[in-house]
Design a binder for this molecule. Structure first.
Ligand SMILES: [Zn+2]
Ligand SMILES: [Zn+2]
Length: 252
């Protein structure tokens, strides 16, 4: 039992740091690439089309081609989505155009899109070759499941609700997801993600740590707080709870 606990906590710490840094760096260098650097990255389109598609999905479709009129409204009307779909069909092969629709234009991930974004999870499995079978191996596997995957889980299942009005998100969900969204953490990530959309060079992490250590974190300005409240993205009592405070080492 002691071996299991030691492996779980030791690997858990390592895997959390690794996952948070990977999430932050993958966003900065792939998903949220700035337009200037996108030109260089474009050469990858021929070599690794899937990675290019992952970038386009998030960095172009999610950030700039959807939620254009309002942060809490993916499309203003059905025509807007139809026009985007038709444009994608002209611009990309059919399988990619369909993949963009399946991800709701970068709001979530398909399992294929998760392959490069989840690289640390796959690499951590190599530890199993070096560990003796038994409690330490079980602890390492459990640590990989619990500490390497939160950013993937939140990107795939929680992110779409972060673009909904707080009350709507709470009404549409139930069980564990509802508890996550209503928790101080759930409120904090919807705030930091709003800031990310105003300023895509900061607040990449849903699994906190690396952005703060890398100087890629900023708190919302008073105007952004006003905007979030007028959008009903958060409620006034959330502002009272978090503005000017620190949550998990991150200033809000
Ligand atoms: Zn982004
Ligand atoms: Zn978003």
């Amino acid at each position: 039992m002691l071996d299991f606990i030691l492996a779980l906590t030791g690997f858990g710490l390592l895997f959390h740091v690794q996952a948070s840094f990977w999430e932050s760096l993958f966003h900065e260098h792939v998903l949220d690439l700035t337009p200037e650097r996108r030109v260089r990255f474009h050469t990858l389109r021929g070599i690794w089309p899937r990675l290019w598609a992952t970038h386009f999905d998030h960095g172009v479709l999610h950030h700039y081609r959807t939620f254009r009129q309002s942060y809490v409204e993916m499309f203003h009307d059905a025509d807007e989505e139809a026009r985007l779909k038709a444009g994608l069909r002209r611009q990309f092969p059919q399988h990619l155009a369909e993949a963009f629709t399946q991800t709701r234009y970068g709001s979530t991930f398909t399992w294929l899109g998760l392959l490069p974004f989840a690289i640390p999870v796959w690499l951590n499995l190599l530890w199993l070759l070096a560990l003796p079978p038994g409690a330490a191996t079980a602890g390492c596997l459990a640590a990989n499941l619990v500490f390497s995957t939160p950013y993937l889980v939140f990107s795939k299942w929680v992110h779409p609700y972060m673009h909904m009005r707080f009350e709507d998100a709470m009404q549409e969900t139930s069980g564990l997801l509802r508890r996550i969204l209503g928790s101080p953490y759930g409120v904090a990530i919807r705030i930091s993600h709003y800031v990310h959309h105003q300023d895509p060079k900061v607040n990449y992490n849903l699994q906190y740590l690396a952005d703060r250590l890398r100087g890629r974190w900023r708190a919302p300005t008073p105007e952004e707080w006003d905007d979030m409240i007028s959008l009903s993205l958060v409620e006034p009592h959330h502002r009272t709870q978090l503005e000017g405070r620190t949550f998990l080492g991150h200033p809000f």
